[in-house]
Structure formats: C-alpha cells, structure tokens
Design a protein around this ligand. Structure first.
Ligand SMILES: N[C@@H](CCC(=O)N[C@@H](CS)C(=O)NCC(=O)O)C(=O)O
Length: 210
C-alpha cells in the first residue's frame, strides 16, 4: 500500500482532508503548502494539478483534487464517513454534499472571499457581495430544521458531510454571519471531536520564513 500524501494546509478546505484522515485513523504524510504563498505555482505542485489549488491527495498513481471528492473517497477507501452506495442514506449524503459545496461554499462564501479579502485579485463587486450574503442566509434556511432535529446530517453517525458543513459554518462565522443557535451548537459540538483537534494541528501552515 502506498503512503497517502496530503498537499495543503491552513485553509478550511485543507482542514476537511486532514479531519477525514484523522477520523479514519489513517497514517499520512503532509506537504503543508499554503494558499496565496506562490507554493501552488511551483513546478512540483503544477505537475500534480494545473488548477494550482489545494488540497490535493496523492496515493500511488492516484492524484485527487476537490476537497468534497477527497473526503468521500477516503471514507469509501477506509470504511467510514460514507453511507453504503445505492442506499437512501447515500442519496442524502450526495444531496448534502452538493448543497454544501454549491450553495454554501462556491456560490456564497467563496464569492464573498473573492470580492472581499481577495478583491485586489478579483475586483471589488459590492452587488455580488450583497447577493452572496443574502444567498447564504436564504440557503441556510433549508439546513436549519434538519440540523435542529438530529445530531448528524445523515443517519445516526458522523459522516463526511458533517465535516463539510462544520467547515462552512466556521467560515460563515469568520465572515460575521450571526448563525441560528442550533447551527452554532452543531458546529461547536463537532469541534469537541478528538479528530477535529488533531486535524486542526496538522492543518497549521508552517511559520513563514524570514
Ligand atoms: N473546489 C476546490 C477549491 C480549492 C481552492 O479554492 N483552494 C484554495 C485555497 S482554500 C487555493 O488553493 N487557492 C489557490 C492559491 O491560493 O494559490 C476544493 O474544494 O478543493
């Protein structure tokens, strides 16, 4: 079996991968390169992914990008974090995954990042910022009653979509959203997991060289 190597540290999306591996108890190596450091443009990294984005996971000949795909693959590969294929639980898992990645990550929080903190790269766009904020507030309404009524998003156990949701809710709090109490309680409860704590440590980027 080849050793798994995780490229990337320091962001909510890289945390997802470190957290999944910690939940699964898998030994792995890290290349803790950071975003916006120039390290994603190195020759070595571009040989893996011309997207120039972290996280990336390598195992033998397999090079896998996209945090949600990586978390799901790791769950399937090591037997945990994912419901069995072709079950209703798996359908619900994909429903949550698509919702979180599209409606909370890509269409709203990441738009706010691009036209907020990163506006020197992507341009200032106040109307896009407002629409993204309103979009998050509207979409999270779908999640609220589902999170209010049970401890995990799918079934009776912690799965990969709980990792994705917690990292998005943390991101929303960092952007100043005032989350409804059940959403806040959900994310803080998952912070108590031992795997979250050890993943947070491994997700720390190395100190900047002076
Ligand atoms: N959809 C991708 C997004 C990956 C992404 O945008 N990563 C950012 C950091 S969170 C990145 O590497 N940006 C390029 C850079 O900073 O050089 C995923 O979920 O993995």
């Amino acid at each position: 079996m080849s050793t798994i190597r995780v490229w990337g540290a320091g962001t909510a999306r890289t945390l997802r991968v470190h957290w999944a591996l910690a939940e699964l108890g898998v030994h792995y190596e890290t290349k803790p390169i950071g975003s916006r450091t120039g390290e994603t443009q190195s020759h070595a990294f571009r040989a893996l992914s011309v997207k120039e984005k972290i996280p990336v996971v390598v195992e033998g000949d397999l090079v896998l990008t996209e945090s949600a795909a990586i978390v799901t693959w790791l769950g399937d590969r090591f037997g945990g974090l994912t419901p069995a294929p072709a079950t209703v639980a798996r359908a619900r898992y994909y429903e949550w995954l698509s919702f979180i990645i599209m409606e909370l990550d890509a269409h709203t929080l990441y738009v706010m990042r691009k036209h907020g903190d990163l506006q020197h790269l992507y341009g200032a766009a106040p109307a896009a910022m407002e629409a993204a904020k309103a979009g998050f507030e509207k979409q999270i309404r779908w999640a609220l009653p589902r999170i209010e009524s049970k401890p995990f998003l799918v079934g009776e156990t912690f799965t990969g979509v709980d990792i994705l949701m917690t990292t998005c809710l943390d991101w929303a709090v960092a952007y100043g959203f005032d989350l409804a109490a059940p959403l806040n309680a959900y994310r803080l409860r998952h912070h108590e997991r031992a795997a979250f704590r050890s993943a947070t440590n491994r997700n720390r980027p190395p100190p900047a060289q002076s």
